[in-house]
Write a protein that binds this ligand. Structure first.
Ligand code: ATP
Ligand code: MG
Length: 226
């Protein structure tokens, strides 16, 4: 199977947790050992947001802040690469056009962000499109897509299946400042829509959730296209 997994910033935290990273690395390395093609996209998390906020206070423009955030996502990707060990490719691709070449290695390919103005969710969708992924799993810090932001409204309900048009209408209401791309940014949704990438949003609190989603189990939120 060909798969892409977005590992949200929650995996990295302010002080990355070695046990969590090892657990995730072991699970994902096993998936590749089973003969599957896997691209991993690391998000920026709290550290990226801290650096971006500091750069902004120092007068940095949004593109500069975004570029700084991308550097942190690549540092996070390096941690994932180390956690996977021998089943991970030794280099992090920094352009989308390099990716098809990298996935030919039979190892997990780990990458971070690519361009200012887009989130790592958009990178994950582009990676899924160009590698013809059969599934995109978006691992984040909540159990899936809710009726509203569950951190702002604790009464928000988990949606088990959501139409891409609905996601897009929500995403269009968001902001596009560096480090502020949340779960649903318009570019990511647009790419998913045009490539009709089978996608699931799950919590990455347990690596088992990611593996279950990769195996096609009904977990988190599934995106539907018709
Ligand atoms: N409708 C919604 N359903 C679920 N989460 C939502 C929704 N709207 C907003 N969110 C927020 O999106 C957050 C997840 O996006 P966030 O950017 O914080 O994490 P990530 O994309 O996994 O990590 P990173 O951006 O660091 O890679 C959730 O914690 C939640 O607060
Ligand atoms: Mg995000």
């Amino acid at each position: 199977m060909r798969a892409v997994v977005k590992l949200g910033g929650a995996l990295f935290r302010r002080e990355p947790n070695v046990t969590s990273l090892k657990g995730m690395g072991r699970a994902l390395g096993g998936f590749v050992e089973d003969g599957n093609q896997l691209v991993l996209v690391a998000g920026g998390g709290e550290n990226a947001r801290t650096y971006i906020a500091t750069a902004r206070k120092l007068g940095g423009d949004e593109s500069t802040c975004d570029l700084l955030g991308i550097q942190i996502t690549r540092a996070n990707a390096e941690l994932v690469r180390l956690a996977i060990g021998s089943m991970a490719s030794s280099k992090i691709p920094t352009t989308l056009s390099d990716l098809p070449h990298f996935v030919g290695s039979g190892k997990a390919v780990v990458m971070g962000g690519l361009q200012p103005g887009q989130s790592t969710n958009a990178v994950a969708a582009l990676a899924a499109e160009i590698t013809r992924a059969e599934i995109l799993v978006n691992g984040t810090d909540v159990d899936g897509v809710y009726t509203e932001d569950p951190k702002k409204n604790p009464k928000a309900k988990l949606i088990r299946s959501v139409h891409v048009d609905k996601l897009l209408s929500w995403a269009m209401g968001g902001e596009v400042f560096a480090g502020r791309y949340e779960l649903l940014d318009p570019l990511a949704i647009k790419i998913m829509q045009r490539a009709r990438i089978p996608t699931r949003f799950v919590s990455l609190g347990d690596p088992g959730n990611i593996i279950a989603a990769l195996q096609g189990k009904d977990i988190g939120t599934k995106v539907v296209y018709s």
